[in-house]
Write a protein that binds this ligand. Sequence first.
Ligand SMILES: [Zn+2]
Ligand SMILES: [Zn+2]
Length: 91
Amino acid sequence: MKKTGQTYFCEICRQKVVVIEDGFGVLVCCGQEMKLVAEKSMMATWTSVHPKPKDGVIYVCKECGQKIGVVEVTTGILECCGQRMQRESDN
Ligand SMILES: [Zn+2]
Ligand SMILES: [Zn+2]
């Protein structure tokens, strides 16, 4: 299943990301798998406030090419494929 456009969040630190480019890796934050925010859950209203990253920071996984935009920034460490995701540079 394509993850592109899906919103994921971390239950521990509440960091929230939107998948920009799908990858085979599993998104991890704070050492645990990030949860998919379901469309018709109680999270719906909460998510619709920031449906797409605007000036958000983009992170990429060098392993699987997964790219995410952070819409709710916390201090949680984002990982994919067992390594820290790299912040995409502006240039
Ligand atoms: Zn990955
Ligand atoms: Zn976290």
